[in-house]
Design a protein around this ligand. Structure first.
Ligand code: PNS
Length: 165
């Protein structure tokens, strides 16, 4: 039984993330999508609880996928879950470079933890959570980029927070 983790800040989860989740779920017996803190991203648009709620809605249809949050070190979470694989997505060489570096850091902490980097599918290479946040700020339709299950929840939260321009 191979357990994998797909970690990220998911602020918010996009169809690009779902594409990676769907493909990774076919490769591994169990996949944990872990909503985490990225110390470099100082002011997320959505709270960890909201991001988790969006992720939960988006992964509900996958039998072997679970959503959780973790605020500590990723390798400690891998220990707790007895996971042997980290899944990351890469849209371009910049993503690949960053994930390659991070894989070496994580392997330095936990030598038996492998990172599998999946190339983004062509239709999602131009999109990211930061683009989603920009579109949310400017009230642009989100259906092409966010899972249908989360569009309404994202819209409602953005309205409440008055982050619309
Ligand atoms: O979606 P992101 O923001 O690129 O995800 C980055 C994330 C959250 C996976 C990364 O920042 C992370 O692993 N944070 C947890 C702390 C950690 O374990 N850092 C690496 C070893 S120091």
């Amino acid at each position: 039984m191979v357990t994998a983790i797909y970690p990220g800040s998911f602020d918010p989860i996009t169809l690009g993330h779902i594409d990676i989740i769907e493909r990774a779920a076919k490769c591994f017996d169990r996949l944990y999508v872990c909503v985490m803190v990225n110390a470099d991203k100082k002011s997320p648009m959505f709270t960890p609880e909201e991001r988790m709620e969006f992720v939960k809605k988006a992964v509900a249809r996958f039998d072997n996928v679970e959503a959780e949050t973790w605020s500590g070190l990723l390798t400690d979470y891998a220990d707790q879950k007895q996971a042997t694989v980290l899944v990351k997505g890469a849209r371009n060489v910049c993503d690949f470079d960053a994930e390659y570096q991070m894989s070496l850091i994580n392997k330095g902490i936990k030598s038996d933890l492998e990172t599998v980097i999946l190339p983004a599918s062509a239709e999602y290479i131009h999109f990211s959570s930061s683009m989603a946040r920009e579109m949310i700020r400017y009230r642009q339709p989100l259906e092409k980029y966010l899972p249908a299950e989360v569009v309404l929840a994202v819209d409602e939260s953005a309205e409440q927070k008055q982050i619309r321009r």
